[in-house]
Ligand binder design. Structure first.
Ligand code: TYM
Length: 342
């Protein structure tokens, strides 16, 4: 039985404008975000945002931040997000989020923040451990919970690397409800992560998780020579061309599986196993599939890039809708915590 409209969830998801978006972002999150946002039968509303407050934890180049922020908006729109169906906006246009973050932080044991995987990773990579990095997951909890609508769930499409952050968001919602609404109906629902197993961790050129910080990415909008160079550099083992190969152990095939049709996938897997099919062949096939998959989006992106004012208008309209919801939620939060003027 289809869900009744009132029980359909609100879709919320964020992306950092801290570099050029890559196939991991696309397959792990953006593709689902767009599909869910555009599917009016599957959700009540959708808030998709570009998290520039979060990017400040690692990026100190104002020009780059502005450029990457516009780039994420262009990418989303070129990839098919319909701005009439979802609110697309920039996080820093919603100042309520910093207030909500503060209120949540006052409920968060600092030991939980110190155990944050991305905090620990970044510190291990030698990045300065600023307070923003430490408290990052609580800003993310505010990002999600600020768009709560009465009687609805919050569904958050993300890659597997966001699992812990989503657990912290759930803990934060629970802590707030427990502290301020122990008897009443809880103010916040526990957000529901939507992680698709088959794309939860997309490997990069070296087989590790595709990530800006490992410099092993293929950009969503890479094309021509630059794209070819990257695809040809995907790490492969030294099995000779004639020998049979295991497609499931190969990083090129790990990407082919997401861009191939079912028939192509079966055919190429059989060719790997039969032998006489080299990694070079597989890489050429992948290149063709990427060109086919993103061909139209590349054209749309070029056209949109000529109209930055139009893109800014879309972001403004998205921010207005997001601020309207966030201020309703903040009025309840301010009242619940005991501020004199809620
Ligand atoms: P970010 O900007 O690092 O990544 C954006 C999305 O892409 C997914 N992703 C991947 N999925 C599969 N394989 C990969 N190799 C891969 N690399 C990235 C991420 O899981 C993510 O879904 N903290 C978040 C941003 C954020 C957010 C939010 C997300 C802020 N507030 C609220 C959801 C809801 C982040 O750093 O994503």
């Amino acid at each position: 039985m289809p869900d009744s409209p009132s029980s359909l969830p609100v879709i919320v998801s964020g992306i950092q404008p801290s570099g050029t978006l890559h196939l991991g972002n696309y397959l792990g999150a953006i593709r689902q975000n767009i599909a869910l946002a555009n599917d009016e039968a599957a959700r009540s509303e959708a808030f998709l945002f570009i998290v520039d407050y979060h990017a400040l934890t690692t990026l100190r180049d104002p020009e780059a931040l502005r450029r990457y922020t516009m780039d994420v908006a262009l990418d989303y729109l070129a990839l098919g997000l319909d701005p009439d169906k979802a609110s697309l906006f920039v996080q820093s246009d919603i100042p309520q989020l910093t207030e909500l973050t503060w209120i949540f932080l006052c409920l968060t044991p600092s030991s939980q923040l110190e155990k944050g995987v991305s905090y620990k990773d970044k510190v291990a990579q030698g990045l300065t451990a600023n307070g923003g990095l430490l408290t990052y997951p609580i800003l993310q909890a505010a990002d999600i919970l600020a768009y709560t609508a009465p009687g609805r769930g919050l569904k958050v499409p993300v890659g597997a690397d966001q699992k812990q952050n989503l657990e912290i968001s759930r803990d934060t919602a629970g802590r707030f409800n427990q502290a301020y609404r122990p008897e009443d109906a809880p103010l916040f629902p526990l957000p529901d992560p939507h992680i698709l197993d088959e794309v939860s961790v997309i490997p990069g050129l070296d087989g590790r998780k595709m990530s800006k910080s490992y410099d092993n990415t293929i950009g969503i909008f890479d094309e021509g020579k630059a794209l070819k160079k990257k695809v040809m550099s995907i790490l492969s083992d030294s099995t000779p061309l004639e020998a049979p190969k295991d497609p499931d152990a190969d990083h090129t095939f790990a990407l082919i599986r997401h861009f191939a049709t079912d028939d192509e996938r079966a055919e190429i897997a059989a060719a790997y196993r039969a032998g006489g099919y080299g990694y070079g062949h597989a890489k050429k096939a992948l290149l063709g599939m990427i060109d086919r998959h993103f061909g139209e989006a590349r054209e749309r992106r070029r056209a949109l890039a000529e109209r930055p004012e139009h893109v800014r208008d879309i972001l403004q309209a998205g921010a207005e809708a997001a601020r309207a919801r966030a201020s309703e939620v903040m009025a309840e939060v301010r009242d619940a915590v005991g501020f004199l003027n809620a």
